[in-house]
Structure formats: C-alpha cells, structure tokens
Design a protein around this ligand. Structure first.
Ligand code: FES
Length: 124
C-alpha cells in the first residue's frame, strides 16, 4: 500500500514538474551488477540498502531487517518477498510490509529507477 501511495505521489511530481526534479538520486550500481531475480546490498549516503531486480523491475528497501541485525541482501528472494537469513521473517519488497512472524515492523522502501544502465536510489 505504501508503495502504491509513493507511486501516485511520484506520478503527480512528474506531471507537475515534467521531470523528477524534487528527487535526490544517488547512483548505486550498474544494472548489469544486479542479476535478474536476485538481491544486492549497496550503500547510499550512509544508508544500507537492499536492491531487488525482479522481472526487469528494480525495488529498493532498507538493508537491515526490522527484527534484528541481519542483512536482507543475504536473504532468500522468492517472487516479491525477501526472507531474512536470521529468523526467516519475510517482507514484501514492493511495500516493505512485514508478512509473517517474528516480524512486527515493516521496513522502509526507497524510490528507485534505472537510467542509462545505472541504478539510482532516492534516500531523502
Ligand atoms: Fe530478521 Fe529476525 S532478524 S527475522
């Protein structure tokens, strides 16, 4: 749901400004470094971020599980869900929503786009 709201807001910005003017894009890696149906950990402006490349679309969430100190980039990606490597909690990478116990809190998602063969994330 949060993802959909952000998408609507995103579209509104594009219409209003004609471009992504209000975004602070940070180049985090080449698209080629992110194999399809895989997850990769990157850093942007001091944030740990997990990138997911699923069916040609890229998603970005915070990189650390909300339940403990586990890196989601070391987890198991199945469809649009990332399974935490420590206690197997699962998040929907499109919304950051916690899908099962032991998780009790969602994770943040970030705006992300592909541009000229690069992956860019907005951490603002
Ligand atoms: Fe991720 Fe416990 S640290 S589910």
């Amino acid at each position: 749901m949060q993802h959909r709201l952000r998408k609507v807001h995103w579209d509104a910005l594009m219409i209003k400004h004609g471009d992504y003017m209000d975004q602070n894009w940070i180049d985090v890696c080449a698209v080629d470094e992110l194999p399809d149906d895989d997850v990769k950990g990157v850093q942007a402006a001091g944030h740990d971020i997990a990138l997911y490349h699923i069916n040609g679309e890229v998603f970005a969430t915070e990189g650390v599980c909300s339940h403990g100190n586990a890196k989601l980039c070391e987890g198991y990606l199945e469809g649009h869900e990332i399974e935490c490597p420590l206690h197997q909690g699962r998040f929907d990478v499109r919304s950051g929503q916690a899908m099962c116990a032991p998780l009790t809190a969602d994770i943040r998602i970030y705006l992300v786009k592909k541009d000229n063969g690069r992956v860019l994330v907005d951490v603002s």
